[in-house]
Design a protein around this ligand. Sequence first.
Ligand SMILES: Nc1ncnc2c1ncn2[C@@H]1O[C@H](COP(=O)(O)OP(=O)(O)OP(=O)(O)O)[C@@H](O)[C@H]1O
Length: 495
Amino acid sequence: MISSLQQLPLDNRLLTLGEAYYSRVAPTPLREPRLLHANAELAAQLGLDPALLHTPEFLEIFAGNQALPGGEPIATLYAGHQFGNFVPQLGDGRAILLGQLRDAAGQLWDLQLKGAGPTPYSRFADGRAVIRSSVREYLAGEALHHLGIPSTRSLSLISARDPVRRESIEHAAVICRVAPTHLRFGHFEVFYYRRQHEQLAPLADYIIAQHYPELWERDARHRDWLREVIGRTAALIAQWQGVGFCHGVMNTDNMSILGLTLDYGPYGFIDAFDAHHICNHSDDHGRYAFSRQPEIGYWNCSRLLQATLPLLDAQPERAVEIAQELLQHYAAVYEQRMNAIWRAKLGLAEAREQDAELIDGFLLMLHAGRADFTRSFRLLAGVRCAGEGEAGPLREEMRDLARFDAWLAGYQARLRSEDSDDAARALRMNAVNPCYVLRNHLAQRAIEAAERGESGEIERLLELLRKPCEERPGFEAYAAEPPPEAQQISVSCSS
Ligand SMILES: Nc1ncnc2c1ncn2[C@@H]1O[C@H](COP(=O)(O)OP(=O)(O)OP(=O)(O)O)[C@@H](O)[C@H]1O
């Protein structure tokens, strides 16, 4: 257990790529930083003594006010397709990689501050983040991680007195984001479109060596690695769909090369189910609507393959053929994973051809009646396989009861045909259908408290989100749909 920040086992490997890929930059200090929350569980996983998180030294370093011993801070260069349009230069405009930690198991972890002040890639923006968006990102990383969905996480959440101008004046905050790497599809796009193709292979090799070492010896390691990235991306999006998570800004600069959920901006967990829900208030055309996430994931993978064509074959025609083959992997993985997720959520033990009808029937019914997504799936475990109208409280969630009863009869028949044991099935279903997700109104309450300097609500929420499938007496309100006055919370890109 590491008990001093002077002894962090840093291994700043990304620096070995050279300065074509990043710029050195120090964080800008914050005024009167205050630790709003620290993630003891993540610290322990990294091998850090959780007591370290509450030292003045930790606060100063992770606010960006003091250098991390052994750290060589950088901001990385990337580009990206934003809302379908290519933007030739983005880069970490407000994220600064303090250093890379090598844990006892040999795994590399980025310690990256978000909101740490301007970098050479800030363009006209201030390099800062506000408390509101930082609390949302801090909570969401944990929420997804504990739902078993790959995600970046955060080690600390620090607020400060510095004013930050958004629609109004807010206060600055900085989180320390943690992931094996924050590299994105856009890190390849920048070099492809600048015609600096010689920069692609070193970057791919770095990623393979550090994060996909099992592929290193393969003859066609770049092809096999891309196949893996595409598969992980497809699987990730299937997992999002399965919990009603809407990312909101699926630009290629927000697509992780490891298949992690990356950049929590205007995301949302759907309450009343609208399959075409648009969580980002600024997404006028619904490009990133919930129902479009799978096809956007596919399109993003096609952009990654375009940018890595020079790695696939020296002959352009052959490279395109390989890319097309690789892209087919997306649909195959997505379908396989999505079907498995819906079956598990419905408690269907075996795969059958008619399952699609049953699954779609349930989703369409939730959509038509705007039933609460999370609650409806959770209550599905109360359905017994025999007996008329044996649906427990789920029936109360439904608007069109005739439609529901017809669907229920088919569902029960299917369950009986599996010789299903009600209690055992309920247990299985309750382990995959969460009762607590990070609903917008819950995050909002934590934000309002954090803006008053109180972190109790963050802790309470994290308690529930760390075991999202475990019902806790006294916390029923956290599992319920939002009260009417909180149903219209809109979240923009402003952060
Ligand atoms: N306040 C800001 N100051 C400087 N750059 C910013 C700011 N907000 C966003 N950017 C930059 O604009 C681009 C797109 O922003 P986006 O909201 O997708 O990213 P982000 O939330 O800042 O960061 P990340 O993707 O690392 O989570 C990125 O290059 C980002 O660094």
